[in-house]
Design a protein around this ligand. Structure first.
Ligand SMILES: Nc1ncnc2c1ncn2[C@@H]1O[C@H](COP(=O)(O)OP(=O)(O)OP(=O)(O)O)[C@@H](O)[C@H]1O
Length: 321
């Protein structure tokens, strides 16, 4: 869907922001770009909608070289969400959200109806918030409007630059979770820039860990945490990467032992829950075993013990790298 082929960007003052960058984002995939300040994340992203032009290399969107596309037409296909949301202060929330569809000729009534649906989708009741002005919203609410506005033109691709950056950690985690739920429905192809490893791990189907202008590792979060490709990635993901792995590794049937004929375990988690949730449940219960259930029927699928948690981590490390 989005393909970088040996892309280099050198600014006029000689700064090389990215060098020989090659990677691909599949349709419907969410890739997070993570790394320290100044490593070239934003430059990478802005080359996709041609706010910045590469010095060499090609970027393909659906197989088409974007250098040949009309930038205005290109940007219609690409939603853009930035940290300082950039809402129009003199327009209401509903008007802000309906802006792009109206610009591209959607009749006003239809654009507004669609805007109301999107506000609902990002968790803002249009009857309550639609008529407010941006300064009458909290930071988190403004960021939701930013996401709704980016989705309004229904672009297949979304670029998000620190979209949840300007809010406190609790609100941030809630917004991230809501956004993941939303992404399950809308299935956009997304490039998301963050300097926060936790955010990259939580949101990304795959993560690109940036060194200085290059990608040091491009893999699924569990693989990056289980097997950092370089010393640099290992130090970037930190000494507590084992704990972070728990959050991104799900409990699967292969990790379970058969119900042992004893009483059903008092504490259960569903299949697919993270090992972190499973471990928290194990610590809650003295018996050293918890039940794992089928998420739909609630029927017991098997029993998980601390040994099963180890097996799950080993399995994830083997399969993901
Ligand atoms: N217009 C410019 N002219 C010269 N150098 C630039 C320009 N824009 C960015 N740079 C430099 O290019 C490098 C990459 O910048 P970029 O903004 O892509 O990094 P980033 O990873 O997004 O950083 P941050 O997390 O701080 O936003 C940095 O060294 C930066 O100083």
């Amino acid at each position: 869907m989005i393909r970088f082929e040996r892309v280099t960007k050198r600014y006029p003052d000689g700064t090389t922001a990215v060098e020989e960058l090659s990677f691909e984002v599949a349709e419907g995939e969410l890739v997070t770009l993570v790394g320290p300040s100044g490593c070239g994340k934003t430059t990478t992203m802005k080359m996709v909608n041609r706010l910045i032009e590469p010095t060499s290399g090609r970027i393909l969107l659906n197989g088409e070289d974007i250098a040949a596309a009309d930038p205005v037409e290109l940007r219609r296909r690409i939603g853009y969400v930035i940290q300082q949301v950039g809402l129009f202060p003199h327009k209401t929330v509903l008007e802000n959200t309906a802006t792009v569809p109206q610009l591209i000729g959607t009749p006003k009534a239809r654009a507004r109806a669609r805007a109301a649906e999107l506000l609902e989708l990002v968790g803002l009741d249009p009857a309550v918030y639609g008529g407010r002005y941006p300064q009458q919203l909290s930071g988190g609410q403004r960021q939701r409007v930013g996401v709704a506005r980016a989705l309004a033109a229904d672009p297949p691709v979304l670029l998000m630059d620190e979209p949840f950056g300007a809010v406190d950690p609790v609100v941030r985690e809630r917004l991230q979770n809501e956004f993941l739920t939303l992404q399950k429905t809308v299935r956009k192809t997304i490039l998301l820039v963050t300097h926060d490893l936790e955010e990259a791990v939580r949101l990304g189907d795959r993560i690109a860990v940036y060194g200085h202008g290059t990608i040091e590792q491009f893999a699924r979060p569990a693989a990056v945490l289980a097997a950092p490709a370089t010393e640099y990635v290992a130090s970037f993901v930190g000494a507590d990467r084992g704990l972070k792995r728990l959050a991104v590794t799900p409990v699967g049937t292969a990790d379970l032992t058969a119900p042992d004929g004893g009483p059903d375990p008092a504490v259960t988690v569903p299949l697919g829950a993270s090992l972190r949730e499973a471990l928290a449940a194990l610590l809650q219960d003295d018996s050293g075993r918890i039940g794992v259930t089928h998420p739909d029927s609630g029927a017991l699928a098997g029993v998980l013990t601390p040994g099963g948690v180890h097996r799950a981590l080993r399995r994830a490390g083997l399969h993901d790298s």
